[in-house]
Design a protein around this ligand. Structure first.
Ligand SMILES: C[S@@+](CC[C@H](N)C(=O)[O-])C[C@H]1O[C@@H](n2cnc3c(N)ncnc32)[C@H](O)[C@@H]1O
Length: 231
């Protein structure tokens, strides 16, 4: 296991995504009408997914890709359509089942698995993509998870964080005022400069260098993608 706090947060996220919020995630990632606020989140997430796929490229023939924290599978399926050999892994079995139900026959193009994204048994890949699946982990745990992937990744690590902006810092502080039982596991805002420093200092990531980055802001959705590529 990566670190003790990673393991603890992973268990909380499994409960949240697999049970507490499974219905909300089904709605948010589907096509049915949602509230105007959620609509901005849905639009932002669609843009981020498109941007991450653009970072990977239009033709992914023969490339092995791990969609780490794949949720209901939209990115995994699109990468498979572009020719990649895709494994999608998520700790929330209900969301993986939803991916299989939503994409029917096409879901067979992706090797969907239920489990922890850092499990070495998943094998070796050219790329790992973690779209919004590390945003609930503290900086040290994000770097530890990426370090766990590193020896098994030949080309790039692509992931998103919730950037530390004044608005997010305020929402984080307000979230802290609610009783624990009533709220989702808090998103952990991370300052980009601190992320870059921590990544550059991580021994397991020495073979990688910082690549491109981009931010998507859409109403209540703010997410920042960062790429680290093999030197
Ligand atoms: C915000 S959702 C994003 C899902 C998907 N990447 C997308 O963009 O639609 C975060 C996902 O990460 C998964 N997750 C969090 N920690 C994980 C871990 N350690 N291993 C596997 N999945 C994890 C959650 O279960 C959840 O489905």
């Amino acid at each position: 296991m990566v670190t003790t706090s990673y393991a603890r947060q992973k268990d909380a996220l499994e409960t949240y995504f697999d049970r507490t919020a499974a219905a909300a995630w089904t709605a948010l990632t589907g096509t049915e009408k949602v509230s105007p606020i959620r609509e901005t989140v849905r639009a932002g997430r669609a843009r981020m997914r498109a941007n991450l796929l653009d970072l990977l490229g239009a033709d992914l023939s023969g490339q092995r890709l791990l969609d780490a924290g794949c949720g209901p599978g939209a990115l995994a399926i699109e990468a498979a359509r572009r020719g990649a050999e895709v494994t999608g892994v998520d700790i929330a079995g209900n969301l993986v089942a939803l991916a299989q139900e939503r994409f029917g026959e096409e879901a067979n193009r992706v090797d969907f698995k239920v489990g922890d994204m850092t499990d070495p048994k998943l094998g070796n890949f050219d790329h790992v993509v973690a779209m919004d699946s590390l945003i609930h982990y503290r900086l040290a745990d994000v770097v530890a998870a990426l370090s766990a992937f590193a020896p098994r990744i030949e080309r790039s690590l692509i992931f998103t964080i919730a950037p530390r902006t004044p608005l997010l810092a305020t929402m984080h502080a307000i979230g802290g005022a609610f009783p624990r039982a009533d709220r989702a596991p808090a998103i952990q805002p991370i300052a980009l400069a601190a992320l870059d420093r921590a990544m550059a200092a991580a021994p397991a990531l020495r073979g990688f260098q910082r690549g491109r980055d981009l931010r998507v802001q859409s109403g209540f959705y703010t997410s920042h993608a960062v790429e680290w590529v093999r030197r």
